[in-house]
Design a protein around this ligand. Structure first.
Ligand code: RP5
Length: 177
């Protein structure tokens, strides 16, 4: 993963380069990057300024609480939390912020991601985490959902989402077997 700060990757379009990032893509380990790069690529595709960082709920708990506690004041509007196994990251982030937190369960070696899925989705009432599919599909969809949230107040993003769906459908229609 290319880095700007020590363990952070910052991306967006040229226009918004100077603007503060809107989405924080947080993953529990460097080993999650192979999956989470798809969220990064999707946000880049939509020109959404964002950061990608490795922060572990278990191995760096203070960093996790600090990130989530300060995210709103720093101008973030959505947080994506991805982790595998005992995947508590998204829940811990959500416990420290009222920003929307989207959870992406990683496909784990031991249980194929079922452990990650249940750890992410089974939140107690009062602290919501929007949980997505295990692995790549979840990474892409969490990013698309983040774009959809941002699009509620940004017409250019709403337009891009419409064009994305149209292109997706056109590709299916043009498929010849
Ligand atoms: C989780 O444990 C991470 O999110 C990762 O999916 C999993 C394994 O981490 P590593 O041992 O590969 O660092 O915290």
């Amino acid at each position: 993963m290319a880095t700007k700060k020590k363990n952070a990757k910052s991306s967006g379009n040229k226009k918004s380069k100077a603007a503060s990032p809107l989405v924080a893509v947080i993953m529990g380990s460097q080993s999650d990057w192979e999956t989470m790069r798809h969220a990064d690529e999707t946000l880049i595709q939509f020109g959404v300024n964002h950061v990608c960082r490795v922060i572990s709920a278990h191995r760096s708990p203070s960093l996790a609480s600090e990130l989530a506690s300060t995210a709103e004041a720093e101008g973030f509007e959505v947080i994506i939390g991805a982790a595998g196994g005992a995947a508590h990251l998204a829940g811990v982030l959500a416990a420290h912020t009222t920003l929307p937190v989207l959870g992406v369960p990683m496909k784990s070696d031991a249980l194929n991601g079922l452990d990650s899925l249940l750890s992410t989705v089974q939140m107690p009432g009062g602290i919501p985490v929007g949980t997505f599919a295990i692995g790549k599909a979840g990474a892409v969809n969490a990013a698309l959902f983040a774009v959809a949230i941002l699009a509620n107040s940004r017409s250019e993003l709403r337009e891009k989402l419409h064009r994305f769906r149209e292109a997706q459908e056109a590709k299916i229609r043009a498929t010849v077997l």
